[in-house]
Write a protein that binds this ligand. Structure first.
Ligand SMILES: [Zn+2]
Length: 259
């Protein structure tokens, strides 16, 4: 069995450990598995390994970061080509028919039954597990910060993307703005709602678990060539393990929460 055809008991994996810190890490696009029921989605191994299938490098960054902070990381196991866990169920790009020029044969004209099956076996259990983690934090009266980890392809539609990383924000930009300033101070080129902007419809995880619950949150995108290997993943995990607590400290000082 290849790496992307492993049958998982759950649609998510939990890494790291909870030692009382505020951060809950989530990786919607860390996985590249495909349920055996869906074969290879009609795609070559090469296509499945592209950025359209998963957020390249973010698995390594997330796991190392979870160990360093430490914090709990909830990681999606299945490829975003099976169902995108950062889209609301039924969203036009929840189950993509074409992604970055690649047609996904198994996703053409799918039945309502197939769609419901993907939602029930992959999307909902993953978000339920995130909700469970956040509920436990909140019930214990703990401060809670949702951190959504993503990576982006260095070039899209023939255009090179200049940012080392981007912060995506919408209804509550407070923590994102602090993170942007801290990363810029470290000499990085940081996208402000680039290469993507956070919106009510193009995202699901932060609107659901951060904005609607009014929990402070971060959605960060890291450029994939910077985290393609172990050294790059370690560098970024170390950086985030340093900067996230700084940002949270600053947030608490500025907005009157006690860190
Ligand atoms: Zn992503």
């Amino acid at each position: 069995m290849s790496v992307d055809q492993v049958l998982m008991a759950e649609s998510f994996v939990v890494h790291g450990r909870d030692e009382g810190g505020p951060f809950v890490l989530v990786s919607d696009h860390a996985g590249r598995a495909i349920p055996p029921e869906l074969g290879d989605l009609g795609l070559s191994a090469q296509e499945r390994a592209r950025h359209i299938g998963w957020d390249i490098g973010i698995d390594g960054v997330g796991r190392k970061l979870a160990d360093l902070l430490p914090a709990v990381l909830i990681e999606q196991v299945y490829s975003r080509l099976v169902i995108d866990c950062n889209r609301a169920p039924g969203h036009p790009t929840s189950i993509v028919q074409v992604s970055d020029g690649t047609t996904v044969p198994r996703n053409q004209n799918i039945s309502a039954q197939d769609r419901a099956w993907r939602e029930q076996t992959i999307l909902h259990p993953y978000h339920a597990r995130i909700r469970q983690e956040l509920d436990a934090h909140v019930a214990a009266g703990r401060q809670t910060v949702v951190v959504a980890l993503h990576s982006f392809t260095p070039s899209m539609h023939g255009k090179q993307r200049p940012w080392h990383a981007g912060l995506l924000h919408n209804h509550d930009s407070r923590l994102a703005r602090i993170m942007i300033a801290l990363l810029q101070k470290a000499g990085l080129v940081v996208g402000d709602n680039e290469p993507y902007a956070l919106t009510d419809t193009s995202d699901y995880t932060i609107p659901q678990h951060g904005e609607q619950r009014e929990l402070p949150h971060i959605e960060i995108e890291i450029r994939q060539d910077l985290i393609a290997d172990d050294a790059g993943q370690t560098e970024w995990a170390n950086r985030l393990a340093r900067v996230l607590p700084q940002a949270w400290q600053q947030f608490c000082e500025q907005y009157g929460e006690s860190a």
